[in-house]
Design a protein around this ligand. Structure first.
Ligand SMILES: [Mg+2]
Length: 371
């Protein structure tokens, strides 16, 4: 089989602004790549979603650059493509960034083709260890006019209406300080009760001293994990924090290369890896990261678009959680993907066995927002 073309499309829609410790997110955005083959099989991959403040308008330029390297290649050789367009392009494009995010979408589309050609799901091809996986509901962002009561309503809704057994909220906004954020953590714990797993996420906003202060206080509220406390390359600080902290340190959503995770774990800097297949880039490298995690006795809870992360998270025995974005984070989520993925009454999701990724973009709906 040979790749005959690759097409890039971008979409944008209005959405109420939200922010975390480090970034403001305005409009929702999505970048889609379509890879076509001489055997009539078409694969799809995409970037974007919640953290859509990234400049997706620049993505098609990278697809143009990669196109000449892809046409005529066998899409089944997903690893060869990941290496040749990633590792071997470091001198030209740099080690990670928009180039590797675009490569991720291409790699995902090629896995989609491979699955459709073999009649197997990506989940099965990656190991297929779990048929169902526990979710946690992401959210608890900062937003205009959102106080403690609104935060409580949100996490309570996630538990009562969305069947969440686990929820996450943001900390790290410099305007809140440790005291302000701890009031939010306390409010969230009050709202969900003691039986629900609670996580916090600082999106790299903190320094080591503040992270240590948080870690000490978060344990009082039974917080399960403390996500991305520090800038990603502060490996030594991650090690110091993880060894001093009674709660688990989770990180990895911005890890763009296997070497990042190797260095992080060499420093014993994390208990849970939040690898993201749209960042790292793609299923081949992500599987390498999960294999590395297994060797270190560390679990995996992927970050990002649940439809793309599910095949990986549930493929491995140490896939602990799937992050799930509800419509509160992006109203279009309910209609953007086909079929709609939602937690069952026990807070788990069931992995589809359809060939390929198992999900597609709803283009009848999305075309309204195409740029
Ligand atoms: Mg995060």
């Amino acid at each position: 089989m040979k790749i005959t073309d690759i097409v890039s499309e971008i979409f944008e829609w209005e959405r109420p602004g939200i922010w975390n410790g480090g970034h403001f997110y305005g409009p929702g955005r999505l970048h889609k790549v379509t890879v076509t083959t001489d055997e009539g099989i078409t694969g799809y991959g995409w970037n974007g979603g919640t953290a859509a403040e990234r400049p997706l308008g620049m993505f098609p330029g990278y697809v143009d650059y990669f196109r000449t390297l892809l046409i005529g290649r066998d899409p089944m050789d997903t690893r060869g493509i990941a290496t040749d367009l990633g590792e071997k392009q470091i001198k030209i494009l740099g080690p990670g960034g928009i180039n590797t995010q675009v490569l991720a979408a291409i790699n995902i589309a090629c896995w989609d083709i491979k699955g459709k050609a073999l009649g197997k799901s990506v989940h099965e091809m990656l190991g297929g260890a779990q048929s169902r996986i526990r979710t946690y509901i992401a959210g608890g962002y900062y937003a205009e006019g959102k106080g403690l009561e609104e935060l409580k309503d949100e996490v309570r809704f996630n538990v009562e209406e969305m069947h969440a057994g686990a929820v996450k909220i943001k900390i790290g906004d410099p305007n809140q300080g440790v005291a302000g954020d701890m009031r939010r953590v306390e409010a969230a714990r009050q709202a969900v009760g003691d039986d629900v797993t609670l996580m916090v996420d600082a999106n790299c906003a903190l320094d080591l001293a503040t992270s240590l202060e948080f870690a000490d206080q978060l344990k009082e509220f039974g917080v399960y994990w403390f996500e991305e406390p520090l800038p990603i390359h502060r490996y030594q600080d991650h090690g110091t924090l993880a060894s001093a902290s009674d709660i688990k340190i989770a990180t990895g959503e911005n890890g763009y290369h296997l070497a990042h995770f190797e260095t992080l774990l060499d420093h014993k800097g994390a208990d849970i890896l939040n690898v993201d297949v749209t960042i790292c880039p793609g299923y081949d490298v992500a599987k390498d990261v999960t294999d590395l995690a297994a060797r270190h006795g560390v679990s995996v809870a992927p970050h990002g678009c649940q439809e793309l992360q599910l095949p990986l998270a549930a493929a491995i025995p140490h896939g602990e959680f799937l992050e799930y974005y509800p419509v509160a984070v992006d109203p279009l989520r309910a209609e953007m993907f086909m079929p709609h993925l939602a937690p069952d009454s026990d807070g788990y999701v069931t992995v589809p066995d359809r060939p390929g990724i198992g999900f597609e973009l709803n283009m009848d709906f999305l075309k309204r927002y195409q740029l």
